[in-house]
Design a binder for this molecule. Structure first.
Ligand code: ZN
Length: 292
């Protein structure tokens, strides 16, 4: 009797951008409801995901290793042991990619939300998962999430999941923070802030020679819906109007400049191009590539 497989293949995919190697690392996925969408009816949203053969709001969660100039950075850390058992696989997949977490010298965050920053720290022991890394993020992220006056105004869920948990996740790195406003934050990585989803939400442009890749963070959470309807926001956007305006800027730049893009919530490995389509846009997945 031969047993059927029970483990998915390791979620690791390499993509070269000039002299830089970007490795998409899957954290797994999170299932949720379409009720958190704004500026669209439930029926319309359900029709779009059904037409695209998606289970209702299945959110892929990705992180990215960046090998650049002989140095190693990690963009995002996934959800660690904080959210659902279908996610939290970044550490396992980094090791599957042949990388020791101790070799990572910088962890860059697009923003402090649990599917991005919970993997920084073992929430059970309080120990950092990347003991040799500095933590690099936009200055408005800790300014916002560590501000007691703002926390008081949040819902119970926001207080617990974003403010309180966020503080615990970044605590072990507090003497190794490097906060930025914009510009180059690691060799070949330029921070382009696109606030709204959170106050310091940031996209990262990876550039080497003539090649570029835009890692657009949480520009979309439900790619099929929000590329077709860029005005659609999420209940958990800090500022929905600003998030929608930022999304339009990112989409316009990606489509006009024919940029290769990827993101934290595009279906793994997430590399794609964005094209205009009627009043919205459409993602075209990139072809399979060699690592070298
Ligand atoms: Zn997210």
């Amino acid at each position: 009797m031969i047993n059927a497989p029970q483990q998915q293949i390791p979620g690791v995919y390499h993509r070269r951008v000039g002299d830089i190697v970007v490795t998409a690392i899957s954290d797994g996925f999170l299932d949720g409801t379409l009720e958190v969408l704004r500026n669209i009816s439930q029926d319309e949203a359900r029709q779009i995901v059904t037409d695209c053969f998606r289970p209702a709001r299945r959110t892929a969660v990705n992180a990215f290793l960046i090998h650049s100039a002989g140095r190693l950075a990690l963009i995002e850390t996934g959800s660690g042991n904080y959210l659902q058992p279908t996610a939290g696989k970044v550490l396992t997949n980094i090791k599957a990619a042949g990388v020791a977490p101790t070799d990572i010298e910088a962890v860059l965050l697009t923003h402090m939300h649990p599917d991005h920053s919970a993997g920084l720290t073992d929430m059970a022991t309080g120990k950092p998962n990347y003991p040799n890394a500095e933590l690099v993020m936009h200055q408005r992220e800790p300014e916002h999430w560590l501000d007691d006056a703002r926390m008081v105004k949040g819902s119970d869920r926001e207080k617990k999941m974003y403010f309180q948990a966020g503080r615990e996740q970044v605590a072990p790195y507090k003497d190794r923070w490097r906060l930025f406003k914009e510009g180059e934050v690691f060799p070949g990585i330029t921070a382009i802030p696109r606030p709204g989803h959170t106050p310091g939400h940031t996209t990262f442009m990876i550039s080497s020679g003539k090649e570029q890749l835009l890692i657009w963070g949480d520009t979309v959470h439900v790619p099929e819906v929000q590329t077709a309807r860029p005005e659609v926001c999420m209940d958990f956007d800090t500022d929905q109007d600003m998030a929608a305006a930022s999304r339009r800027k990112v989409f316009d730049m990606a489509a006009t400049d024919r940029l290769l893009v990827t993101g934290m919530h595009l279906h793994f490995p997430g590399f794609a191009h964005l094209v205009r389509n009627g009043t919205g846009y459409r993602l075209i997945p990139a072809a399979w590539e060699q690592a070298l």
